[in-house]
Design a protein around this ligand. Structure first.
Ligand code: GLU
Length: 475
């Protein structure tokens, strides 16, 4: 096989969506598996709906996921934008027109809408009736679109790598508009022209594009271009079998980053939306590259299951190297109020080690980690249960003992056990108010670890504050 060349071709009208990210990932894996090239092409010809922010969001999401793309041609920059390529499209439209493979269509939008309505009323499939196709009279001085003269006979067979052979009757394929009346080219034309210009060998995309494929194949044939291989990926649905949408939770990849997901979790989850390898759930990136085959993608729709994604994410957090987790954790710590000046990397690594088993995501981890850095901590509602006047003697006794204790695990353990004994209480009875007072939360790692990580100064200051407040409350 010659070099594999694939592309991800998003229309920049919003964020990088789960579905788009999966398409990008499958293309990327296919290219990396075969030692080929993966390009990013921004399909921004719909200038009313395309925005620079959306382009940035897509690039940002791809970078976060680690889906790096190749440079197509020297001097073209990293990404290819279709709006920079209008001259080529115009040339290609003119070529089809000159060869009699396309024609000018003077039908107005109103006329077309009326005919569509009539067709619907008569229960016919609405399609262009070919009125301007064989027009012989002189061209009127009116605005026109350019339509491709589709063949009306025979069949078009898409030999899809995922779906197998899909047959379309040519008679059902419309004469599609390839240039609008303002001269701007349309999607099906630009895709074909660019896929050829970029020597794309495999078109891997969502199956919402399957109906465009016969039209595109006709265009390839009209231009005399070789036809690439196609792989149409099944849709992604929510658990209610409706098309994945905001109703099912976050659909933008960036939102997952903000909510504390790790890119490796996201990749592992995305890859399973349509592809599987025996019953393996988790893969290293190298395993994915080695094992992924687009031919093995299933034909039925994939169901998006947020619980499974949470499980995968928690797995990567639990087993993550604290040094590697520190970097993606930092933005979440900043959101939880921890400034760079408060940061101490050694301490952070120890905190991550203590928290990773019990954190579902990085946001939660950062919220639990913040109390070890902040001067003033927020208190969860749930701490009220333990920060009550009847626990005042416990806090006072603990405070007195800790003041004389070195802040290391074993001496801390001995000290708290001594308090338990003198008060004739179980450790939990002592640890809960103490935990609530020093962390602002009711769950945390083991209390001795917490105290050691906090250090004496912060611990005593926080206990003192609670003692004062409780005393004021009873006064
Ligand atoms: N721009 C199209 C989209 O975002 C993709 C076109 C293609 O992959 O051929 O849906």
């Amino acid at each position: 096989m010659s070099e594999v060349r694939v592309r991800f071709a998003p229309s920049p009208t919003g964020f990088l969506h789960i579905g788009g990210a999966r398409t990008a990932l499958f293309n990327w894996l296919y290219a990396r598996h075969h030692g080929g090239k993966f390009f990013l092409r921004i399909e921004d010809t719909d200038q009313d709906r395309s925005t620079d922010e959306a382009i940035e969001a897509i690039l940002d999401g791809m970078r976060w996921l680690g889906l790096d793309w190749d440079q197509w041609e020297k001097g073209t920059g990293d990404t290819v934008r279709q709006t920079e390529r209008f001259d080529l499209y115009k040339e290609k439209v003119a070529e089809l027109l000159n060869q009699g493979k396309a024609y000018r269509c003077y039908c107005t939008a109103e006329e077309l809408a009326l005919r569509r309505q009539e067709a619907m009323k008569e229960k016919r499939i609405p399609r262009y009736d070919g009125r301007c196709r064989e027009r012989s009279e002189a061209a009127p001085d009116l605005p026109f679109a350019i339509r491709f003269k589709a063949s009306t006979e025979g069949q078009i067979i898409v030999d899809d790598m995922v779906k197998g052979k899909v047959t379309f009757e040519s008679s059902t394929v419309d004469d599609l508009i390839i240039a609008r009346s303002d001269g701007s080219p349309t999607y099906n034309l630009t895709v074909v022209v660019d896929d050829v210009a970029m020597d794309i060998t495999h078109v891997i995309r969502g199956d919402d594009h399957l109906n465009n494929t016969p039209r595109q194949i006709q265009l390839y044939e009209a231009f005399g271009y070789p036809i690439p291989h196609f792989a149409h990926l099944p849709m992604i649905l929510g658990s209610d079998k409706a098309r994945l949408s905001k109703r099912h939770g976050a659909t933008a990849v960036q939102q997952y980053r903000e909510e504390g997901y790790l890119p490796e979790a996201m990749l592992n989850y995305l890859v399973r939306l349509g592809w599987s390898h025996q019953d393996q759930e988790l893969f290293t990136l190298q395993e994915l590259i080695d094992k992924f085959a687009v031919e093995e993608v299933g034909t039925s729709a994939a169901i998006f299951n947020p619980e499974k994604l949470n499980w995968v994410n928690a797995h990567y957090i639990k087993t993550g190297d604290p040094k590697a987790l520190a970097k993606p954790l930092m933005p979440h710590l900043a959101k939880a109020g921890v400034s760079d000046a408060m940061m101490d990397m050694d301490k952070l690594h120890r905190i991550i080690l203590a928290l990773r088993e019990r954190s579902r995501d990085l946001k939660e981890m950062a919220e639990s980690a913040a109390c070890y850095f902040l001067d003033e901590i927020p208190y969860d509602e749930t701490t009220q249960k333990f920060l009550r006047p009847e626990n005042l003697p416990i806090l006072e006794a603990v405070r007195e003992k800790l003041d004389q204790t070195p802040f290391e695990h074993d001496p801390l353990k001995t000290a708290l056990e001594a308090v338990c004994e003198s008060m004739n209480q179980k450790l939990a009875k002592i640890a809960q108010p103490l935990r609530a007072a020093v962390t602002g939360k009711v769950v945390s790692p083991g209390i001795f670890d917490v105290l050691e990580l906090l250090g004496k100064e912060k611990t005593l200051k926080r206990i003192d504050r609670q003692i004062t407040q409780l005393k004021e409350a009873v006064a």
